[in-house]
Design a protein around this ligand. Structure first.
Ligand SMILES: [Zn+2]
Length: 284
């Protein structure tokens, strides 16, 4: 790993990547999308991918999220090999099947959700997190099935459940099968409630579409990360539909907090402690 690369035309300074800060690369530096500063990657990673200059919360992968939450080394993944089918033989500029394959290769994940069991502050929990890099964290049959199984598992074990959302919504390539995941997951969640254990929903940037319109907004406690975008339809679509200008900060975590849609906005550095406290207070 070097700071400078040499080309045929002479020495050239290695350029910091301009892409999203959470993308794993070999570069030593990354550019923060919040303040546009170039920062040492190591410094950002040490800080749970929160910019030390401007507090911008960059995206975490599902596994990073789970690792940053659970007691170290306690995560036991479930349904790791579940893969998407292609029920509609969907094709746009590329076949859906091929898109899934290339995303699997790029992300190292089988689909857009990771879940399993672990302990948090010494207490057993079921935990799941979206993988936004996998087709925008879109919810198809695999994501919906895994989430339903997570609620089912937490119900059988009678333990609390924590879910981290980061999703663009339903996976359109699976058509109505992706939309029915909203009902299926919410049904499993209603069933989970019978055991009277807490379900904590953490909304991270972005939580939108069918994910925002189902289990994400049904937490006993709903936490959002600072400035996370949370909403069903995009602001532009809403403005065009209602023919009104939307207020400043619309669909951001802080706006939702003041309008009663979320219970708290918690900076990432304090999130684990907050979850430990909540589980301590609420778990039966
Ligand atoms: Zn920054």
């Amino acid at each position: 790993m070097t700071w400078y690369a040499r080309s045929d035309t002479g020495p050239r300074k290695a350029r910091p990547e301009k892409t999203q800060g959470a993308a794993p690369t070999e570069s030593l530096w990354l550019r923060c999308e919040g303040c546009d500063e170039v920062i040492l990657r190591r410094e950002v990673e040490k800080n749970l991918r929160v910019c030390p200059r401007c507090n911008h919360h960059m995206r975490l992968t599902g596994r990073e999220r789970i690792a940053a939450t659970l007691d170290e080394g306690t995560f036991e993944e479930r349904d790791a090999d579940m893969e998407s089918d292609d029920p509609l033989s969907f094709k746009d500029s590329k076949r859906y099947r091929d898109r899934v394959k290339s995303t699997q290769k790029a992300t190292g994940e089988k689909d857009a959700f990771v879940w399993g069991y672990g302990s948090l502050g010494g207490k057993p929990v079921a935990v799941g997190a979206f993988v936004f890099a996998f087709q925008g964290g879109s919810m198809g049959s695999v994501v919906g099935e895994k989430i339903a199984r997570m609620y089912d598992g937490a119900r059988e074990e009678r333990i609390p459940c924590i879910l981290f959302s980061a999703s663009g919504g339903a996976r359109m390539q699976e058509g109505i099968l992706s939309l029915m995941q909203m009902a299926k997951t919410c049904g499993a969640l209603a069933h989970f409630r019978e055991v009277k254990q807490p379900y904590i929903s953490v909304l991270t940037d972005p939580t939108t579409g069918g994910v925002a319109a189902s289990f994400s907004m049904l937490g006993d406690v709903i936490i959002a990360e600072p400035k996370a975008l949370v909403g069903f339809a995009g602001a532009r679509v809403i403005e065009q539909t209602i023919r009104q200008k939307l207020p400043e900060g619309f669909q951001r975590a802080e706006f939702l907090l003041t309008h009663g849609m979320v219970d708290m906005v918690v900076p990432r550095g304090e999130l684990r402690d907050k979850l430990v406290t909540l589980i301590d207070l609420m778990a039966g």
